[in-house]
Write a protein that binds this ligand. Sequence first.
Ligand code: PLP
Length: 283
Amino acid sequence: MQNCVSLVSNDYLNFTQHPKVKQAAIEGIIKYGTGAGASPLIGGHHEYHVELEKKLCEFFNRPDGSNIIFTTGYTANSSTLLAFLKNEDYAIVDMEVHASVYEGLLNTNVKKFPHNSIIHLESALVDVKDKYRTRLVIIDGVYSQNGDIAKMDEIHDLTKKYGEYLMVDDAHGIGVVGENDRGAIELFYLLDKVDIISGTLSKALGHIGGFIVSSPEIINYLRYQSRQHIFSSNSSPASIRLLKVIDLIDEEPIWRHQLAENVQNFKNGLRSLDLNIVTVNQN
Ligand SMILES: Cc1ncc(COP(=O)(O)O)c(C=O)c1O
């Protein structure tokens, strides 16, 4: 077998390998077994799921009841949007959002705007003003394909100027961006202002799963209306390790520093080969 460096992993902080995290997963399995046994609504929503949801509320400084977890980041997006947006609703999306968002929009009306273009977003908002039941603007925090960051302050202000809702998928920002690693939303001081935050537990947090942070009313609606929660089994007890990871994000900033150093070393290496590095908007 040949040793090589992986440049395609989303395990940004290497938490899949942290000894304390591995230990926490083992203890979770010993205490609860290897599976949840049922979908959340039927009886598969256990103590450790409740704890994780509470912990994520604290992480985002939101009241209890503001978080719901999903078994993948993909279904956090798709199942949430499918539960909300129907024929009488309208989604305005940055054209570079993830496939899981597009899947969630299959039953509703969609307008895509060119990536990060404020002018096109405004024109889409003007077009649908006072039409449709709900109008939801959907963007990423950090975009997965080229790593740039949404013009979130401008997008938020514009969305609110027209009285609409904003959803941010911060799958790639949470854990690695912002003063306290709460994600791109934190960079813009919008943690308490974005209507729906979606995130994944599979990238910087190094496991599998996803979540939505929103008002307790919206979260409660999802518990009973998201088809994933009714018809698909919940995450396994190994996900207890996420409680440890969330603590480590605050307790061991060394991993975030290590990531920054790796990025810098990689860029320096490319430059030393006379390769041209395009710098994207990373605020
Ligand atoms: C922006 C974005 N959102 C959501 C997802 C889905 O996350 P998961 O892999 O946890 O299902 C991804 C995965 O690549 C992503 O890049």
